[in-house]
Design a protein around this ligand. Structure first.
Ligand code: IPE
Ligand code: IPE
Ligand code: MG
Length: 239
């Protein structure tokens, strides 16, 4: 469960552009993914510093299985390395790590390492870092619907809040700010339910070049947005 994270900000981050970053430098795509992994730590630290409660990183979509086998296995290996190298640091800096997405198609060792990482950081309360891996928002929504039907919770008795818990799996709050790097302006099956009222920010910068200053700037832009949730703005009511 999310407990203390639930009433703080949730940022969703689509880390896109690794391949183009590498190609532009005459490097193989996997080198872009390596550079992309390096970019994660300072951004996570900056998010925690800024008081963000939840940060969900899109690392591997269920559709990414359709990429060449060598790229896919490179990405699997990188996640394994990330977990080996980062868990101690994350635990020390108060980051609770959680994964969303399927685990049954991952190499067995990787699934075990994920479970271990979640156990080792379970008590942390500064930032909830969620990694979406073999993740599809539509599959998550479908799985929640099947679960609700099986538990006979469906029908008029099922509240949005209860269904949200089934969709998120861990009670994560709705996304407040969705950032996508790499210049594309689409969601690519990421957190579709949770982004109902998210502010969307599409940045041209490729993910390996994204740093803490970009996060700070994104937060400043978010602060200037007027969120309405369907209501009439206050100034208009007074007028
Ligand atoms: C995002 O970068 C990382 C993953 C999808 C795993 P891409 O690999 O999609 O990079 P581009 O979009 O091809 O540049
Ligand atoms: C979305 O990026 C997935 C991740 C960043 C992990 P893609 O590069 O796979 O998305 P499309 O194919 O451009 O929509
Ligand atoms: Mg891409």
């Amino acid at each position: 469960m999310q407990s203390g994270f639930a009433n703080r900000m949730h940022i969703g981050l689509i880390m896109d552009g690794n391949g183009r970053w590498a190609t532009a430098r005459g490097l193989p795509r996997v080198r872009g993914h390596q550079a992309g992994v390096k970019a994660i730590r300072p951004v996570v630290e900056a998010a925690a510093e800024a008081g963000v409660g939840t940060l969900t990183l899109y690392a591997f979509s269920s559709d990414n299985w359709r990429r060449p086998a060598a790229e896919v296995s490179g990405l699997m290996a990188l996640l394994g390395r990330y977990l080996r190298e980062e868990i101690a640091t994350l635990a020390r800096s108060g980051v609770r790590l959680g994964f969303i997405g399927r685990r049954d198609r991952l190499p067995a060792g990787l699934a075990a390492r994920i479970a271990e990482a979640e156990r080792e950081t379970a008590g942390a309360e500064r930032l909830h870092l969620r990694i979406a891996f073999d993740y599809s928002a539509r599959d998550a929504i479908l799985a929640a619907a099947l679960q609700a039907a099986q538990a006979a919770q469906a029908g008029p008795g099922l509240s949005r809040e209860a269904f949200s818990r089934l969709v998120t799996g861990d009670g994560a709050p709705d996304v407040d700010l969705l950032i996508r790097t790499g210049g594309e302006q689409r969601l690519s099956d990421f957190l579709l339910w949770e982004c109902a009222y998210a502010e969307l920010l599409f940045l041209d910068r490729m993910w390996p070049d994204f740093g803490p200053a970009d996060l700070t700037q994104a937060l400043a832009r978010f602060a200037r947005r007027e969120r309405r949730f369907g209501e009439v703005p206050e100034a208009a009511v007074a007028a």
